[in-house]
Every structure is written in C-alpha cells, then in structure tokens.
Design a protein around this ligand. Structure first.
Ligand SMILES: [Zn+2]
Length: 151
C-alpha cells in the first residue's frame, strides 16, 4: 500500500489550532497543487459535533473563496478535528492563515448557513450556525499557529 501522508503525522505531538502544509504535488504538465491541514481542535482530546463541522464546511466554502484564488476543495476531516483545503499552485502558510482568519471572522457575522436546503445539501437538517460561530470564535481566540508541533 502507498504511504498516506496524514498517517505519518504524529497526532500525539501536534498543538491545535494550526495550519500545516501537507504537500505540494506537481502534475505531468507542471501544474502544482498544494494541500493544507487546517486543524481546529486537538486530536484525540476534542471533536466537533457534526452539525457544527457541517455548517463550518458550508460557510468556509464561500468565505475562503472570497480570499483565495483557485481553491479546488475544502472538506472536513472524518475525525472531526478540522478540514483539508486543496488549491492550485505552491501556496504559503501565511496566505492560507490570513484567508482563514478572514473567513472565521465572517462566520461570526453570518446570518444563515448557505445552501441549507434539500436541493443543495445532502443532510441539510444537520447544520448548526450557533455551533459554527462558537467554534470559529474559540479558534480565533486561541490563535492559529503555522507550526503544528509545539515550539
Ligand atoms: Zn451540506
């Protein structure tokens, strides 16, 4: 089996919230893709309820795209401690951090969760704007690190 990058990360040693650049891949034609681990909660200590994580997914999908060109995807982690974001190009931690802070601040002022209906979402009943705001506030208060391991 091929190595899975995230399985190589020492989840006991990381200190959340942080942004980690997982990899930069180069395609056959030279196009580059960067993937980041946006870790909001401490692994194996905390996990977000699905309604909060799901609402953050909907909200960040729009707000991050306001700041970052060329997002390919932003998806929640199955362990419910954060998200992965994938973008075209070789991108910097600083750029992602700035965009994430902007997006989380916008979450605090959001009046509704976008696409919270059965046409646009696969489980629209499981969305919590209140929860999304509480987690966004707490992550901003703690501060987002650009080094995943304790300094
Ligand atoms: Zn949804």
């Amino acid at each position: 089996m091929k190595k899975v990058e995230s399985f190589e990360l020492n989840h006991r040693k990381v200190v959340a919230p942080y942004i980690r650049k997982c990899c930069v891949l180069t395609g056959e034609k030279g196009d580059m893709v960067s993937k980041f681990d946006l870790r909001f909660l401490q692994p194996n200590k905390e996990a977000m309820p699905t309604a909060s994580l799901h609402a953050l997914e909907h909200l960040l999908a729009g707000f991050l795209r306001e700041q970052l060109e060329d997002i390919i995807d932003i998806s929640p982690m199955g362990c419910r401690t954060g998200f992965y974001v994938t973008l075209w190009g070789d991108r910097s931690h600083e750029e992602i951090k700035e965009a994430l802070e902007y997006a989380l601040k916008k979450v605090l002022d959001a009046k509704e969760v976008p696409a919270s209906n059965d046409l646009q979402c696969g489980n629209y009943r499981d969305l919590s704007l209140f929860g999304a705001k509480e987690y966004a506030r707490s992550i901003l208060e703690k501060g987002i690190r650009t080094n995943c391991y304790a300094e």
